[in-house]
Design a protein around this ligand. Structure first.
Ligand code: RIB
Length: 298
């Protein structure tokens, strides 16, 4: 079984569905409100587990009601939580998400996620050394992301860095990642480039191998020379929150099949994930990915 370690955030997603986004200073009547488990790290862990991997999560929760619910949800997915800290008198991370007209806007309050430290990652060294791949994102302190990337490089374990939410990162440690998986906006931010610049040119300029996500248009990746396009899969989209996380998880789970096949399966898994409301609700299992691939000519 493929072993995946995720170092990352865990949030309670506070989701409001609305007919449109409000203007600054405006109050709107929404259509629906619900709370569901989310956070980029937790989402990637859940997606990888549903795809059949053995998954462990390195992260932190508060000792509040959200924390208890998030802990239970992760345990129910079969994720190993020995390196998950519950912090006393701390709040769990939250994400206030508005979903309107097929788009979303998100404000994340890291809370306990801000306490995931380089020392916590060091304590997970033995776990990480046994992993087939490690996933890390940017909702935990950057020094912890750096420590993760450096440790994986030292141990020879492939690390996939999802540079979201967008931030500029030092080229010195981007180079240590096996793959960096930005969308177009995140790639421009990473490189301090103009967001309107051709992403294929930016991909060539990046100091690391890039797998670029393009939403419904699929993904682009580079093996040797020019970037290659993997088209997206046609699906009815309800909520794209968590699609990027599903993509990253699938890329890690299927990496041993080679990059082209892993990217194809990641696009299929991400497409399936947008079929339900909530970041984790639509995340598919392996048989759903295989079925979509079998009926699609891409
Ligand atoms: O990537 C989607 C996630 O981003 C949401 O679940 C939310 O928690 C934010 O972290």
């Amino acid at each position: 079984m493929t072993r995946i370690v995720v170092v990352g955030s865990i949030n309670m997603d506070l989701v409001t569905q609305a007919p449109r986004f409000p203007d600054p200073g405006e109050t709107l009547l929404g259509e629906r409100f619900f709370t569901v488990p989310g956070g980029k790290g937790a989402n990637q862990a859940v997606a990888a587990a549903r795809l059949g991997a053995e998954v462990a999560l390195v992260g932190a929760l508060g000792d509040d009601d959200f924390g208890q619910r998030l802990h239970r949800a992760l345990a129910d997915e079969g994720i190993a939580l020995d390196h998950l800290l519950t912090l006393r008198d701390a709040a769990s991370g939250t994400a206030s998400i508005t979903v309107a007209q097929g788009e979303n806007q998100i404000i994340v309050v890291p809370a306990a996620n801000a306490c995931v430290s380089p020392a916590q990652v060091e304590r997970a060294q033995a776990l990480i050394a046994r992993a087939d791949a490690v996933l890390v994102q940017l909702e935990i302190p950057l020094e912890t992301v750096e420590a993760t990337v450096r440790l994986c490089h030292r141990l020879g374990v492939p690390v996939i860095l999802d540079p979201a939410p967008a931030q500029p990162l030092p080229a010195a440690w981007l180079r240590l990642a096996r793959y960096v998986t930005p969308n177009q906006h995140e790639l421009a931010t990473l490189l301090g480039a103009d967001p309107d610049e051709d992403f294929r040119v930016l991909m060539q300029r990046a100091p690391c191998p890039v797998v670029l996500t393009r939403g419904s248009e699929g993904a682009w990746y580079r093996e040797q020379a020019a970037p290659i396009h993997q088209p997206g899969f046609r699906v009815a989209a309800v909520d794209s929150t968590g699609a990027g996380d599903t993509f990253n998880a699938a890329l890690a789970v299927f990496l041993h099949e080679g990059l082209p096949q892993a990217v194809r399966k990641a696009c299929a898994a991400a497409a399936l994930s947008v079929g339900k409301l909530g970041a984790q609700a639509g995340m598919p299992d392996r048989s759903e990915v295989d079925a979509l691939l079998a009926r699609s000519i891409d």
